[in-house]
Design a protein around this ligand. Structure first.
Ligand SMILES: *Cc1c(COP(=O)(O)O)cnc(C)c1O
Length: 423
């Protein structure tokens, strides 16, 4: 894993303003819809900001639908593979290994089943007890339906998993190891190459959930021995709410795996309408039904700024932003009873940080209600803050922590409104 790059430390608000002025990446903020009088948005790991190019792109699609009608499918049909390849390029996957369709949850289900079907003698799935809920639920369902078992590693909620504890959970019954590249709550990064090597040592396949990694941290799927991976498009990839998810299957596995939802869109020659299911060659076999074309247009627009900057430069800025955030949390929020709920070693961190405090819900809710800072709350007591590098300034990080300190010192933080459905 690449360590964080360190430039001069930022120790004053003026230095933060100066860091913004000097960084050529600062200009990319203008490519996003930002209401400057609005709160500081540190929730781009949950829903990325809207690129200015998204609305024109989606309008062009609507216009094409109006004009071309069914004929539009001549070019829409390629979108799942074409946009998939562009996501692949951001996560170290050569062309023809990423396709877009369905949600991350459904893709996890498809690939977990496919992996286990390919090795029927192995009935155990290994996963992380602190992984994102959908990962645990889907795997619970998959293991249950097959009469297999789900073995959850009791990971450290802050530091995440190391390769030794992954290796310690493995034996020849294990068919699949399914873990996240970046933990959704603490931001802890997994050593994907090391974990893949450990899984392969016992003959298991790996399935990575990269929802909090793709478009944020460096990922090298082909080089690091990944077999399968899935992830969202609406977080760091800026595809917009409900944008369809992507999946990766290593090239030499594709023709050996069968996903369980046999729809016409994954069949060889779908428009033959022929009897019987025959899986298509390559990644198309992992599709099931008609692709979400409007959502794909959103992803197409969302990727542009990331591609223009490149993952290496983005990650370098992310590391500086999260370093500053960690340092300000320590200086301003620790004296008020908060602590960093993320690895202290920058090399083990992803693109967001957690802050734990008994009044985390009140802190998060009041900061939003007062129009100050948008983060999000994750039970039991964590506020997540993501300084997404394309549109978050160093001064935003500085000011956000100052504002959070004011809220945390306010007695009202102890009597917040009740939790809402979406937080
Ligand atoms: C956000 C997230 C998801 C979301 O899955 P959906 O099917 O899009 O709701 C899945 N896995 C992880 C690790 C996530 O962070």
């Amino acid at each position: 894993m690449q360590p964080a790059t360190s430039a001069e430390p930022i120790t004053s608000r003026e230095a933060a303003v100066e860091a913004d002025r000097r960084d050529p990446l600062s200009a990319h903020r203008d490519a996003f819809v930002v209401e400057e009088s609005g709160p500081i948005y540190l929730d781009g790991n949950s829903l990325g900001r809207q690129p200015r190019s998204t609305a024109p792109r989606i309008l062009a699609l609507l216009e094409a639908w109006g004009r071309e009608l069914i004929g539009g499918w001549d070019h829409w049909i390629e979108l799942p593979v074409r946009v998939g390849d562009r996501i692949g390029a951001l996560i170290g996957a050569g062309p023809g290994q990423v396709v877009i369709g369905d949600s991350t949850t459904v893709n996890l289900y498809k690939l977990a089943h496919a992996a286990l079907d390919a090795q029927p003698a192995r009935t155990t799935i290994v996963a992380d007890s602190h992984d994102f809920p959908t990962v645990r639920y889907v795997l619970e369902g998959v293991a249950g339906a097959r009469g297999g078992q789900l073995r959850l590693i009791d990971s450290d909620p802050v530091e995440g998993l190391d390769v030794t504890s992954v290796a310690g959970a493995l034996d020849p019954d294990v068919g699949l190891v399914c873990l996240s590249g970046v933990n959704y709550r603490s931001g802890a990064r997994l050593d994907l190459a090391g974990a893949a090597a450990a899984a392969h040592d016992v003959g298991a396949l790996v399935l990575w959930d990269l929802s909090h990694a793709a478009g944020s941290v460096p990922v090298a799927l082909d080089d690091d021995g990944a077999d399968l991976a899935v992830g969202c498009s609406y977080k760091y990839l800026n595809g917009g709410p409900g944008a369809p998810a992507w999946m990766y299957v290593r090239r030499d596995l594709q023709d050996h795996l069968r996903q369980p939802i046999w729809g016409w869109w994954g069949r060889r020659d779908p428009f033959d309408m022929a009897p019987g299911y025959l899986p298509a060659a390559g990644m198309s076999r992992f599709l099931s039904g008609t692709p979400a074309v409007v959502g794909l247009a959103g992803i197409d627009a969302g990727l542009e700024e990331i591609e223009a900057v490149g993952m290496a430069a983005l990650w370098a800025r992310t590391a500086r932003l999260t370093d500053l955030l960690a340092q300000r949390i320590e200086v301003r929020l620790a004296p008020l009873g908060a602590h960093l709920f993320s690895p202290t070693d920058p090399a083990r961190r992803g693109g967001h940080l957690g802050v734990a405090h008994p009044q985390a819900w009140g802190l998060c809710r009041l900061a939003i209600d007062r129009g100050l800072v948008v983060g999000d709350f994750r039970p039991p007591d964590v506020v997540r803050l993501a300084p997404v590098p394309l549109y978050t300034r160093f001064v935003d990080v500085w000011d956000a922590v100052e504002r959070l300190a004011v809220v945390l010192a306010d007695p009202d933080v102890r009597s917040p409104p009740p939790r809402r459905t979406v937080t």
